[in-house]
Design a binder for this molecule. Structure first.
Ligand SMILES: NC(=O)c1ccc[n+]([C@@H]2O[C@H](COP(=O)([O-])OP(=O)(O)OC[C@H]3O[C@@H](n4cnc5c(N)ncnc54)[C@H](O)[C@@H]3O)[C@@H](O)[C@H]2O)c1
Length: 359
């Protein structure tokens, strides 16, 4: 049996599962010209698969940028806009973002701003892209050393999630996606959490149902709150502190993966949950144990805390200088807009740094 979910939600369609690509030809042929955005790895590993699965599909150009978060910036946007112009892409053209979260973030942003908007389709090729980054219409780039500082909400025509691409993904990027999978379990899907709790990501044999479940969890949230005014904010659990750690390392020229940073952020924010959101100590211990089983603690020192706080103040969840966190009330249930003062954030970071165990 082929696992496949087809969701036609009016403006945007989702096709999730094995052979999703073959089932999506109608979206890919819906515009007169097609351009494919790749990085050097997705050009090598994913583009041949894409072409083999859709042999008759004509396309008008491949645009390649170097891989990595350090390339999610305005210079790469300029390069892509230039290439689209040289290749005479017009408003009836389609940009196919074939890659991980970096490609869908920058590709969506470039497409939405090129000639005031050309259509794009996300074909995510990493675990993190398939269960998170490609879904929900958040696009953008890093700017002045702040993550996702410039961007917009703009929906792709379709998101095509075909797990065939994951065959060539490096271990470290499986691990990175695993952090987001754990997050869905924690914030909204207790059954999923119970499947993952105490497990190592490497030991999971059958990923397809988990990917479909997590991708569907995200679709279910973002379709009701496209602009992140309410419930969608719970997806930010682990990300306020996580993003500051990710940026802190990126600024030192030592990038860590998004998932490594979010895993650290989830430990800190589950500590906050235990202080403010009624999350009891026992589940907090279970959360830390499962994260620690899969992720080494990131090296941070108390002297790094002021810089981390400064980076956090640029977070889009800060209102009038106050942190608004998404926290856990219990396993499988998150709440949003919990105001947290600086002192408690510092305690959460100290908790992480000193590896204090929840007794
Ligand atoms: N827009 C959103 O809602 C959202 C949500 C979460 C994360 N993000 C963003 O996503 C980005 C991280 O995404 P990511 O983890 O996918 O990183 P990535 O896009 O950098 O991809 C990770 C690495 O895997 C390589 N790769 C991709 N697919 C491959 C494949 N099938 N086989 C072999 N190699 C492959 C890439 O070249 C890259 O080196 C961050 O910039 C983060 O901010 C966005």
């Amino acid at each position: 049996m082929k696992p496949l979910i087809n969701l036609d939600l009016g403006e945007i369609s989702y096709c999730i599962g094995k052979e999703a690509l073959e089932s999506s030809e109608k979206y890919l042929t819906s515009r007169s010209k097609r351009y494919i955005l790749v990085d050097e790895n997705t050009e090598k590993y994913c583009l041949p698969v894409f072409k083999t699965k859709l042999p008759g599909l004509p396309y008008h150009g491949v645009i390649r940028i170097p891989s990595g978060e350090e390339n999610k910036n305005i210079d790469r946007c300029i390069y892509i806009w230039k290439k689209l112009t040289e290749m005479e892409a017009d408003r009836d053209s389609l940009l196919i973002n074939l890659g991980g979260g970096v490609i869908s973030d920058i590709g969506g942003f470039v497409a939405a701003t090129y000639k005031r908007g050309m259509a794009f389709i996300n074909v995510p090729t990493t675990l993190l892209g398939q269960i998170d980054a490609a879904i929900g219409g958040k696009t953008g780039i890093d700017f002045l050393n702040y993550k996702n500082q410039v961007g917009l909400f703009t929906d792709p025509l379709a998101v095509i999630i075909d797990t065939v691409f994951l065959d060539t993904l490096d271990d470290i990027f499986w691990q990175s996606g695993y952090a987001e999978l754990l997050k869905y379990g924690l914030i909204m899907d207790r059954d999923l959490w119970q499947m993952l709790s105490g497990k190592k990501y490497r030991k999971i044999k059958e990923w397809d149902p988990l990917i479909m479940k997590a991708a569907k969890d995200k679709v279910d949230i973002v379709r009701y709150d496209t602009q992140e005014k309410g419930i969608r904010k719970i997806l930010n659990f682990g990300h306020t502190i996580g993003h500051s750690i990710e940026t802190f390392y990126l600024n030192q020229g030592k990038p860590i993966t998004h998932g490594q940073a979010v895993a650290a952020g989830m430990i800190c924010e589950s500590f906050l949950s235990s202080q403010l959101a009624e999350l009891e100590c026992h589940p907090q211990g279970e959360i830390c144990d499962t994260i620690d089983l899969n992720f080494d603690r990131i090296e941070l020192d108390e002297k790094d805390i002021p810089e981390l706080l400064k980076l956090m103040k640029q977070d889009k969840k800060v209102r009038a200088g106050k942190f608004k966190f998404s926290l856990l009330r219990r396993l499988g249930k998150a709440i949003h807009d919990v105001e947290v003062d600086d002192e408690l954030v510092i305690k959460a970071l100290e908790f992480y740094i000193h590896q204090k165990k929840c007794s």
